[in-house]
Design a protein around this ligand. Structure first.
Ligand SMILES: Nc1nc2c(ncn2[C@@H]2O[C@H](COP(=O)(O)OP(=O)(O)OP(=O)(O)O)[C@@H](O)[C@H]2O)c(=O)[nH]1
Ligand SMILES: [Mg+2]
Length: 359
């Protein structure tokens, strides 16, 4: 395969890094057909001019954006200018070793449509990260895995260093905001086969980081936006509606069994709870998680068992919160119970999404 590889490099004040990066890219890709597209958001340190001066020696071009800032949008802009079918995205600050690119290419040649340089597969890592940055990075990935099930196939969906086939994003309505462009591509693009290769994220040697706390908070908004655009939010609303129908079934049966069936109210309650769990399960199986349904009585029963277990956990959470808030904090018990129900619903949703209807 000797397709042209389009390397997209976002820059903002990377004067000290861009030349050594282009030189190392040239060595890593020698013998291959490639182009380098630098997207510079009007750096004030002369980054764009430096890239221009490399034109005689390397296949580089630089696009200077005047009134725009933003890593993800810069990358999308760069990708739209790619003439090759294979696009690689790499930071300018040498934290992404260009020597990994041949490994990414190998995965593409084996049939991957996205190949990710990953910090979180065996052999990968982060150099010199503080404990807090490690925790934030892992936490961000955990949240993505929790709320966006389609990312679970990838260990490092936050990587800024990856390669993809252009057709993955052809026609995709990308809404590039913030820093996490790969996450957007994984969720909105069309990829079948995603591979990860290990690399070590090196400490930044020169220049300044542009990653701010504001960017990290912005990430949460991006997650929410992706949940909305990929129907994961709709799934949660369906789950909550099914839960509400279960309350109806539960109360109705409790009344019926006690009043007309003549059962002791605690016995009716136990039966009513179990039956409402079963009706909730059936509705969720055919409605909320219809896209993850699998044939076979075996799976059905296994999932019903898991759903029951999760519901029991939810009941425990509901009661624990009711007790803590009422007896511990003196809150009115109806209000405590409402908070308990909200917490249990969240637990039920996340645990069932993660475990019962594992995608
Ligand atoms: N065009 C453009 N590039 C940007 C922008 N913000 C960051 N970049 C570039 O994107 C890459 C990653 O940004 P960094 O600030 O290094 O972020 P990071 O690597 O996640 O964080 P550090 O480990 O702290 O460096 C670098 O090449 C930056 O120059 C921007 O607003 N526009
Ligand atoms: Mg960096």
């Amino acid at each position: 395969m000797n397709e042209t590889i389009s390397l997209v490099i976002p820059t903002f004040n990377e004067r000290d890094n861009i030349v050594p990066l282009v030189e190392r890219l040239g060595r890593a890709l020698s013998g291959r057909s490639y182009e380098i597209i630098v997207i510079d958001d009007s750096s004030s340190d002369g980054t764009a001019e430096l890239v221009e001066s490399l034109k005689g020696s390397y296949p580089v071009k630089v696009i200077v954006r005047k009134n725009q800032r933003g890593l993800a949008s810069a990358v999308v802009h760069g990708m739209s200018q790619a003439s090759g079918n294979i696009i690689a995205v790499i930071d300018a600050d040498l934290q992404h070793p260009p020597e990994v690119i041949p490994d990414l290419l190998r995965e593409m040649e084996r049939g991957a449509d996205i190949a990710i340089a990953s910090r979180y597969v065996r052999g990968g890592g982060c150099q010199g990260w503080s404990l807090s940055r490690r925790i934030i990075s892992r936490g961000a990935i955990f949240l993505a895995h929790l709320l966006l099930p389609a990312t679970r196939r990838v260990k490092d969906p936050m990587s800024g260093f990856f390669m993809l086939n252009k057709k993955v994003i052809a026609g995709a309505q990308l809404q590039p905001t913030g820093y996490k462009i790969l996450l957007e591509i994984l969720m909105i693009g069309k990829s079948q086969n995603v591979a990860e290769v290990p690399y070590t994220f090196i400490t930044r040697g020169r220049g300044e980081s542009k990653l701010t706390t504001r960017q990290q908070v912005h990430y949460l908004r991006h997650l929410y936006s992706l949940m909305r655009r990929t129907d994961e939010l709709a799934r949660f609303i369906k789950f909550a509606l099914v839960g509400a129908s279960g309350v109806g079934v539960n109360l109705g049966l409790l009344w019926l069994l006690t009043e007309t069936g003549g059962l002791f109210y605690l016995a009716s309650a136990a039966i009513a709870i179990e039956i409402s769990i079963i009706t909730n399960f059936i509705l969720n199986n055919y409605f909320t998680f219809a896209d993850r349904r699998q044939p076979g009585v075996d799976t059905f029963l296994k999932r019903l068992f898991k759903f029951n277990t999760v519901s029991l956990g939810g009941l425990g959470i509901n009661l624990a919160i009711l007790w803590l808030l009422t007896s511990g904090l003196g809150m009115f018990y109806m209000l405590s119970n409402l908070i308990g129900i909200a917490a249990a619903t969240l637990w039920n949703y996340l645990a069932n999404n993660w475990w019962t209807w594992k995608s």
